[in-house]
Design a binder for this molecule. Structure first.
Ligand code: ING
Length: 306
């Protein structure tokens, strides 16, 4: 008996700087309704799904900035997603900007099952610049706005599966996936906001989708896990954001790929038991040599030969 589950990347098109939460939530609820009618059990929304990707600006107006953050989850507006989850029996991953009661700000995701939060993650690899750098054509000020995630890489047993969460830039680092792999992860949910072009490194422009897919395909295979990765896509406030939301099998194959840069539901029925053969091939307990991997935790930057 295969262990089947129907999952979907719930891709969102661009969100304007002034677009109200209510309008974004409307779009998300539509995707949830569509997911329900097509038998989806889990929807993966993007990183920072409720707002525009504001770290492309250096925002000094505290009132404007503050409006991008959630102080409660669920809050008065996001409650609708939780109600829909309960009513439609659909679980979801949601990326959002979290502000704690102490005023700490994190780039966060949650896993919601049957209207309850069953998992929480705070982005560990926070990319970009810590201060405004006028020499750059494209600002990416996540390090100015967000603290480093402090919850580690955890897995959550939900939906008859072992689920892990990552956010955007985490997908480029093999360590993110390995720490989840060492906990037997079977399904990794990830939302992202990635510029389709890098005006400060234009030689990489033609490789953007390759650099998005290749680390996740490798990691899915090396850890024997499914990956669902969801974009906030399209031309957002003059910035082209990459689409290519995808579902990747434990074989490393991309089995579904989005074909628009707008709101799109990309679903696939996946067999969680497909992880078994790959986990057996890469039998960590038999073949891994952690005693030879010390540098991975001892060193941060590359240094002298040992
Ligand atoms: N986005 C980017 C990503 O990894 C980034 C970060 C920064 C890309 C600088 C390119 C240049 O795709 C997020 N949201 O992490």
């Amino acid at each position: 008996m295969p262990r089947l589950i129907t999952v979907a990347a719930a891709q969102l098109g661009p969100i304007g700087r002034k677009e109200p939460r209510s309008s974004v939530l409307q779009r998300m609820l539509m995707l949830m309704e569509r997911g329900a009618t097509t038998g989806c059990q889990l929807l993966v929304f993007p990183e920072m799904a409720l707002t525009t990707f504001f770290p492309r600006w250096h925002i000094e107006d505290e009132a404007e900035l503050s409006a991008f953050f959630e102080r409660e989850m669920p809050g008065p507006e996001t409650m609708q997603l939780f109600e829909a989850s309960r009513r439609l029996r659909i679980s979801f991953y949601l990326g959002y900007c979290e502000q704690t009661p102490k005023g700490e700000r994190y780039n966060t995701s949650i896993l919601v099952h049957n209207g309850d939060i069953v998992g929480k993650y705070r982005k560990i690899h926070v990319p970009g610049n810590p201060v405004y750098d006028p020499s750059l054509k494209l600002q990416h000020l996540e390090r100015w706005y967000f603290r480093d995630g402090d919850l580690g890489f955890k897995t959550f047993d939900a939906l008859g599966s072992r689920v892990g969460m990552l956010i955007c830039n985490d997908r480029r680092w093999p360590e993110s996936f390995r720490v989840l792999g060492l906990q037997g992860v079977e399904l990794i949910c990830l939302g992202y906001n990635s510029p389709a072009q890098l005006p400060d490194m234009p030689e990489q422009n033609s490789l953007r989708v390759f650099h998005h897919l290749v680390p996740m395909q490798a990691a899915a295979y090396q850890n024997g896990t499914w990956v669902v990765a969801t974009a906030k896509a399209g031309r957002e406030e003059g910035c082209d954001m990459m689409g290519s939301s995808c579902i990747i099998a434990p074989s490393g194959e991309v089995v579904a790929l989005s074909y628009t840069l707008d709101d799109e539901l990309l679903s696939c029925t996946i067999d969680l038991d497909m992880t078994t053969a790959y986990k057996k091939f890469f039998d960590f307990g038999l073949y891994r040599r952690p005693e030879c991997y010390n540098l991975i935790v001892e060193r941060k930057a590359a240094g002298n030969p040992i």
